[in-house]
Design a protein around this ligand. Sequence first.
Ligand code: BES
Ligand code: ZN
Ligand code: ZN
Length: 474
Amino acid sequence: MKTHIKKKTRISNKDNLALLYSNKYDLSEFNLSFQENNYISKKLKENKKIVVINQYSRFLFIVNIEQFKEKNIHLEKCRILGDQLVSKIKDLKSIVLVNNLEEKEDAISFAEGMALANYSFNKHKTMQENPSLNTIYFFCKKTSQKDINELQNIIDAVYLTRNLINEPFSHLTAQDLAKEAVNSAKKFGIKSTVFNKKEIEKMKMGGLLAVNRGSLDEPTFTLLEWSPKNSKNKKPIVLVGKGIVFDTGGLSLKPTTNSMDIMKVDMGGAGTVIGVMQAVASNNLPISVKGLIPATDNRPSGNAYAPGDVVKMHSGITVEVLNTDAEGRMILADALSYAKKFNPSLVIDLATLTGSAASTIGHFGIVSMHNMAEKEHCNLKKYGEYTHERLAELPFWSDYDDLIKSDIADIKNIGGPQAGAITAGKFLCRFTDYPWIHLDIAGASYTPKKYGYRGKGATGMGVRLLYHFLKSLT
Ligand code: BES
Ligand code: ZN
Ligand code: ZN
């Protein structure tokens, strides 16, 4: 499905309108009856944020956008109102936003909230659901076609990420995921390369191969490259996404109740990287970015990797596997050491890595850690507040390093009962030698209950954050 966002230069008396106002409102141009005017002022006095008028030929929604001093809070309130409007408009096909506000960003954020809320994943339903809103029109002088195109591209990218994450393992193997990445890349002029099992073996990606040993399907390693001629950065930024298309835990099998139910989301990092690459390329950002996606499922079988195994990784480091359910770090580590060949200015990995991160902050934000990237992390945090895809930074003290020491190999893949999200980060850090930020999106990627405009299921969190962060560097 797609929510179209377009500009309109004229409105007719059949158009459903959402009139965005802030405190003082003037509806004289809409020829409202005395009763309608009275009704609106009464409701606004009662502090109703959205007043609905049914004029039979069309609906009017009077939206009262309160002004908040803090800009980021204000923009988030606009998105939340956008979601509330979507839940009121029921079966309308289109709506025109009429903006009488000073700031054009308010209307953009409002439309963003609407479009994000309007998402649904019903490709596997054979019975048609009620059709949802098809088009959001802007009737706003201050909003340019460029602003609208940018928003449309961002929304499309978030939808793509959500679709990929919502897609079950039965319909998305590692090879399917690679195909999806290539599809998006082809559409938007991104260079793509998919390495197959043989090539992965040649590259000695021991971590990815170990996790894949129990699988019936071959692993993939996908490289996406966006480097336009007018790139502002010489050294690229590399994004790495965990692509576990289903995580059973492997031989260290997860209990089937609850903990395995949503494990199709374990390619959330990969889905987010694909979405970010699409957002960057479709908006033609002059910045050189690469996306790396190691992918496989993780399951038990006669040939599966086992607790106690020692694995030689792509970097040459040896890992003692003490829990096959800590598989994300095994495949990410190979991608992180592979990233060194690009001499990156910054590497950011995204991964549904630990239950510990999810239980610490829930689905309300992203757990972050970093090494040698103080300035970049601070900047990313700023865009976290701007997009409301916020970062919660965990300590990354050297004291934690000892927790992943192994008796028989260089390191082990679990750190014990304490600080699970941090020891996972510490494990990854051993495979980096560049400024690096780790984003654990285990909680953020998916919500079991509706979470405002993020909906229910895959949220797509991380796409808007990274898009705006990357844009700020151009
Ligand atoms: N995919 C899981 C983490 C996860 C949990 C993602 C909840 C989304 C929601 C990861 O591979 C995992 O199993 N991690 C283990 C690590 C442990 C065995 C050290 C965990 O967090 O329990
Ligand atoms: Zn796992
Ligand atoms: Zn996992």
